[in-house]
Design a protein around this ligand. Sequence first.
Ligand code: SAM
Length: 253
Amino acid sequence: MVMLSTRLSAIAAKIPAGSRLADIGSDHALLPVSLAENGTIARGIAGEVNPGPYEAAQRQVREAGVGKLIDVRKGDGLSVLTPGEVDVISIAGMGGSLIVSILEAHPDRLEGVNRLVLQPNVGEDQVRKYFLTHNWILSSEELLEEDGKLYEVLTADKHPDAERLNEEFYRERTIGRSCQLDREWLLRLGPYLVEAGGVVFHSKWERELAKWRRIEKQLTESELPASQAKREEVRHNIAKIEEVLACTGMDRR
Ligand code: SAM
């Protein structure tokens, strides 16, 4: 039996029983193989664009003896799928912009898909913005730590009234004691994550804060006029993150 890491386990937990799953950028196909072994998925497709990971996926499927359930396909993103073939797609372990470009490249392959489980390594706001602009409802967000790295697992579902629900969901609002957050900041922080707060959330945004402070220091040392304007933007980011950290709790509510 394949053993999943904490990160892949969190993704696996979002795949409904009986799903026809496509895992795009599957590498060793650990996720679909594990879900086939424990009987969660009815069918799986592992998509890979690169030859090494594609062969590793084929080997994993063969060795686990789940070849009847999982098809390993070589190709770019969703191009390996035919419309209506799967109802859940997972894409994990890449940057948010690459995940979005994969989804946008073949919108017809999303026909019949009612859940997306995405785990961007960076650029989570771009993934949330994709959900918002393509009428997906963000149904859950999980922030987890593994080997010192922080990961977000973002799950979205199809909903007939998504446009109206999203308008409400991303309306400017007050979080915690007195934090006013507009759409841009809700997309950056994660609406559920900022509401929940907690130690891991603080750890993530303390790291972001440290990054922005380093950038501010570099800009302060620069004499270029463009650096002055950029410094204002960076200071705004620092002030907002400090405000969010001050008004969200360390205990997960
Ligand atoms: N999904 C696995 C995980 O989360 O552990 C593997 C992540 S690995 C870091 C990213 C994988 O995505 C690589 O194996 C890479 O070959 C594959 N990949 C990158 N771009 C892709 C694309 N456009 N279509 C399919 N696979 C892609």
